[in-house]
Design a binder for this molecule. Structure first.
Ligand code: ATP
Ligand code: MG
Length: 760
């Protein structure tokens, strides 16, 4: 066995070897908290604790897998028997075994956010409420907040405080919607994400024998990223560890970034009260980042008033200062960063060493475009994941319905797919009929001719017969792949996509094939004992954004939101879009607490970097289809300038003669080891062909010009690009654009309301 204890500093060693009794480690980023948790598990197993008796709760399934993998390296294959995963996945598993006590079967469906919103929309419609006021997002947040604070629909409706809040938000019916939503989920044998925790709490509260069983089973409970647990999660861990008192939590209050979802920093403070025998270990040394990065992060977070006192230092090299880049526009921000990655790769860095972190998913576009042009491979984590694509959800809808015929959202999705001539109004009638007769939709459609008349009824019978044939396969014990393949073929889903030869159609067909492949992999994997459809669906519904599918090539630049980057580390990190209203987000600036949460988010972002950190912002950005001027984020100024280095490369950064458009094309000569940018450029374009870079000296002082009368053929002068001729005009008003051929720069498309241009 590897002597892993030798790889720890003194306080880390203490924490790892602390065997019994409650333990809390609250320490700064990169100080080895996750490493301590991993080694602690290995140490416990080495001291004879059975893997089956250890429960470890992590933030993503991927983090759990990584941890398991590391422990396996130290201890061997016994690590496979550890209970590890996210709160949602671990307790979904327990609810599969125990949920029958609450009235669910073991095949219950897990509703994702789309299912929940679709159900809420249906309810709002049935109640004849205005769907412009009653927005599903808002209602779902409200219900989610209630559940995470363990407030049932009954409690919600009894408490006048909630009603008063709903009335002031102009939505007095939320209580009634919550009740119907909960009842409909229950009768659909479905739980939403929050129910997984809520119902676990109900289970442990009302069935002491069950609680007792798991309390005895889990001799050790560990929680990573403890600062982001909510009350519902906290209570579960407290109850589970009540017998053995072996609970170990690690976290960093400065990285608490989920308050908007109910995470409660009080959990850290309460912990000391709940466990008077608590041992607290402090870790102060950051092993991840350079001195400059650690110092910069410390100087930033010091601006937050609400925080526990702790120190963090680094003994690593001083490293480069943090570079701050100002770009002219969002597109240019993309280009500069893609170029920087391209160049750094000549210094021996690989794609996988880079991460681009942003505040919102929508920001990824400019980076995608720029990276694609340079043939740099990237992966986007989050955003619309594979499993959220329509064609994937459609096939999954069939799989879900085969396993659980009470699943009303799956029913609504697939009943007319592929098209069978069953209209929305027929579907709505069936749903209403089911709730009026207190029957499930399935019971209604199995005897549809007793209830409704019309041509569509034959199609409905064909549909139920199809589903019945799948149910039989499931009952015969066929594996998930055999059934899924059969469904894809007999429903006509595969065929329909196959005959669609548009680019999108081909991609959709490939995606469905990919899903079928992944089911095959699931079935072939010897580690999965249960190869049923139900078991496959369970793993799929619990994938978090950070667990997304990949094509097996690890060497890619990672792009993701900062929320998704928690716990991860990369050699070179770019934190982009540092502009007021974007980061800090406008929507999060209602109070000092909100601002402090945004600042913690920025702290999380910068502490992901090991060697190099780059911050960037754009002076103009498209937002909701409108071009806006942007102001540099206050967060940049909050970092001690001693650690910063400003770079005003701006729009002049792309060097003259550097043909960006043709840069990424396949036919470009292979650049073997050009150490410098100029050599790389020379390789791409023979020097003799490259135009000397003319520096345009403007003839007048420019202001955005009055270009109302501009027409094709006009000769113009631009402040930076020099002289040219208008080729084409597009749009009117504020979005008016002109395509102009400049003598020295070639063709450019300019937005006239901003272009510093004059007619000559
Ligand atoms: P975060 O707050 O971001 O989740 P963390 O506190 O969990 O960070 P880890 O991810 O466990 O920190 O560790 C950060 C890095 O430092 C990792 O690469 C880890 O392997 C390394 N590291 C931790 N402790 C040591 C040590 N004693 N010696 C060498 N490297 C270490
Ligand atoms: Mg960690």
């Amino acid at each position: 066995m590897i002597d892993f204890l030798a790889e720890l500093n003194e306080p880390q060693h203490q924490a790892v070897t602390h065997e019994n009794g409650p333990l809390m480690i609250i320490a700064g980023a990169g100080s080895g908290k996750t490493r301590v948790l991993t080694y602690r598990i290995a140490h416990l197993m080495g001291s004879g604790v059975d893997a089956f008796n250890i429960l470890s709760l992590t933030f993503t399934n991927k983090a759990a897998e990584e941890m398991r993998h590391r422990i396996e390296k130290i201890i061997g294959s016994e690590a496979k028997n550890l209970w590890m995963g996210t709160f949602h996945s671990v307790f979904a598993k327990i609810l599969r075994f125990e949920g029958f006590r609450l009235g669910y079967t073991s095949n219950f469906t897990i509703y994702d956010t789309d299912d929940s919103k679709s159900l809420l929309k249906t309810i709002v419609k049935e109640f004849n409420l205005d769907d412009k006021t009653y927005k599903p997002n808002f209602i779902l947040n409200r219900i989610s907040g209630a559940k995470n604070n363990l407030i049932s629909w009954q409690m919600y409706n009894e408490n006048p405080v909630f009603q008063a809040e709903d009335i002031s938000a102009q939505m007095p019916e939320i209580g009634r919607i919550y009740k119907t939503y909960a009842q409909r989920c229950f009768s659909a044998n479905a739980m939403d994400f929050d129910d997984l925790l809520f119902n676990t709490n109900v289970l442990f509260r009302d069935y002491l024998d069950v609680l007792n069983k798991y309390q005895h089973k889990f001799k050790h409970v560990m929680v990573d990223e403890f600062q982001d647990t909510n009350i519902s999660q906290y209570l579960i861990t407290r109850k589970l560890s009540a017998v053995h008192q072996n609970i170990c939590v690690v976290g960093d209050d400065a990285q608490s970034i989920y308050a908007f979802r109910g995470a409660n920093i009080q959990n850290i403070l309460n912990f000391k009260k709940d466990y008077p025998d608590l041992k607290v270990v402090k870790l102060e040394q950051n092993y991840r980042s350079t001195k400059n990065i650690v110092n910069a992060a410390n100087s930033l977070i010091a601006k937050n008033k609400a925080q526990l006192e702790k120190k963090t230092f680094s003994d690593n090299e001083e490293g480069d200062r943090i570079e701050v880049i100002k770009a002219h526009s969002d597109n240019e921000e993309g280009k500069i960063i893609a170029n920087t990655i391209f160049e750094s790769k000549h210094q021996g860095l690989r794609n996988q060493d880079f991460a681009i972190l942003y505040r919102t998913n929508a920001q990824s576009r400019a980076f995608e475009e720029a990276l694609r042009k340079l043939n740099i491979k990237y992966r986007i984590i989050g955003g619309l994941s594979f499993y959220q694509r329509k064609e994937i959800k459609d096939l999954l809808g069939y799989l879900r319905y085969t396993v659980n015929q009470q699943d009303e959202e799956a029913f609504k999705r697939i009943i007319n797919l592929p098209k069978r001539g069953i209209g929305d109004s027929t579907v709505a009638k069936i749903v209403v009929m089911a709730s009026e007769n207190q029957k499930s939709v399935w019971e209604i459609i199995c005897n549809i001719k007793q209830y409704l008349e019309g041509r569509a009824m034959n199609s409905i019978e064909t549909f139920t017969n199809l589903i019945k044939s799948y149910i039989i396969m499931e009952e015969e014990g066929k594996d998930a792949h055999t059934i899924a393949m059969n469904i894809a073929k007999t429903t006509g889903i595969l065929h329909e996509l196959y005959i669609d030869k548009t680019v999108e159609g081909v991609a959709r067909h490939e995606n469905v094939q990919e899903l079928l492949n992944s089911i095959k992999q699931f079935v072939d994997n010897p580690e999965n004992e249960d190869k049923t459809l139900g078991s496959f669906l369970q793993t799929v519904s619990l994938l978090t954004n950070a667990d997304q599918e990949e094509d097996g090539d690890p060497d890619k630049v990672t792009m993701m939101t900062i929320h998704g980057a928690k716990g991860l580390e990369f050699k070179h990190v770019f934190v982009v879009g540092l502009e007021e209203n974007l980061f800090p987000s406008q929507m999060m600036l209602r109070s000092r607490e909100d601002l402090e949460e945004e600042r913690r988010l920025f702290y999380v972002a910068i502490t992901r970097a090991e060697k190099k950190l780059t911050l960037s912002y754009a002076e103009q950005r498209y937002n909701w289809g409108k071009l806006n001027f942007c102001e540099k984020s206050r967060f940049i100024d909050e970092i001690d300038p001693a650690y910063l280095k400003f770079d005003d490369r701006g729009s002049s950064y792309t060097p003259k003669g550097f043909d960006f458009e043709s840069f990424g094309r396949k036919e470009r000569p292979v650049v073997t080891a050009p150490p410098t940018r100029s050599q790389a450029i020379a390789n791409l374009k023979p020097v003799s062909q490259a135009k000397p870079a003319p520096v345009h000296v403007p003839t007048v002082d420019f202001v955005p010009s009055d270009t109302k009368n501009l027409k094709p053929g006009d000769k113009v002068e631009h402040q930076k690009f020099g002289f040219g001729e208008v080729k084409k005009l597009d749009n009117l008003g504020p979005t008016a654009k002109a395509v102009i051929h400049f003598d020295s720069e070639g063709e450019k498309t300019l937005l006239l309301s901003f272009a510093k241009l004059r007619i000559v």
